[in-house]
Design a protein around this ligand. Sequence first.
Ligand SMILES: Cc1ncc(COP(=O)(O)O)c(C=O)c1O
Length: 456
Amino acid sequence: MPFSTIIEPFRIHSVEPLKVTTVDERRAALAAAGGNLFGLHADDVLIDLLTDSGTGAMSRDQWAGIQRGDESYAGSPSWFRFLEAVQELFPLPHVIPTHQGRAAEKILFSVIGGPGKVIPNNTHFDTTRANVEFTGAAAVDLVIPEGLDPAAIHPFKGNMDLERLDGLLAERAADVPAVFVTITNNSGGGQPVSLENLRGVRTLCDEHGVPLFLDACRFAENAWFIRDREPGQGDRAVRDIVRDMAALADGMTMSAKKDGLANIGGWLAVRDDALAEQCRNLLILTEGFPTYGGLAGRDLEAIAQGLREVVEHDYLRYRIRSTAYLGEGLLAAGIPVVQPIGGHAVYLDARALLPHVPPLQYPGQSLAIALYETGGIRACEIGTVMFGRRPDGSEHPAALDLVRLAIPRRTYTQSHIDYVIEVCAEVAARAGDLGGYRIVEEPATLRHFTARFAPL
Ligand SMILES: Cc1ncc(COP(=O)(O)O)c(C=O)c1O
């Protein structure tokens, strides 16, 4: 295109109203939710950046797929269309549909996890870590050191630290049922993993006889970054890069709520016949028959169509550019964010913005609460609230205290994002006045979903 403005490669077909609330109304809503943004009524949220998971807008053709959905219990044509779309990108022989990503994780780790086992990953996502640890296995994060430094500029900050992985495998390969790589690395800032790094992981896995699995939720965004940043990849089709990534893997877990462009769904896919059989047996116990898993036929159709759309270059160019637009606006306002800007979200560095609030007083939570109170923006703490409680009950600062502004796919326009930048700048200007919080109530695991907070 001869013009530099990158536009949304779609027009709006159906709209959802947004409710504008006052600061007082938002304070009352926060009080009722115990300071936990997951506890809000979504009607009270103006711009919902809590997650990019399942919150995107489906296309006309996905809605048409919903109508076409065939609800046969076994062997539905919708299942075959889903299978074909998945295997077109990820040619793994066994595809096991689940209602979302964590169901795939639960099934897989129930089979391969257990006490004494170790699962390395660049960075485990919270549900992945929880599902690993629930079996008694240890979840070890081995992202490169740049991946832990919010200000470090590196094109592939999600890369696995190959030296540390080699060290772990040299010592404990017999206890490692799989090496995981999360693309893109959500908990580390939505940062991509290079093809070269994935090949390096594959070589180590081969040397030590360990399978390689992808947590592939944002595979298309990762492939776009590879195309954009990795030498020799710039002329390639994203779908071919995705196939290259898939060819390196022995299996994958997937949440179709991200790069499936669907509102629900996921799958587990594996090469190994015996592993697939064990997983399918568990699937039938908890999810459903192997040709629908945890999904309706119409959901399978929406995912099949979403997988075709998500690898389109116009879509990915707009997607990655619009996330960068938010990040650049925040940086221009002097707000510290994880750099370079990731694929699906911009991560505010709450520890840098609120240096007077120690990690165990949850600077990320404090910032997230202020964004909601000030402008009705719902963000997500990704820091000590999410990761601070260890399985032995002790509490420690997380590696980073971030606040994630996740961008739902194809949902908000540029003026929504300009508003977000303005609200963030206003909050940042009085960051020194924001105080810490304490937790007054929390569950045993995944506390960020339901913990209640009180200001200190
Ligand atoms: C990297 C990663 N893995 C796994 C999951 C879990 O997927 P789901 O929410 O569909 O259970 C998520 C969800 O956000 C994720 O970002």
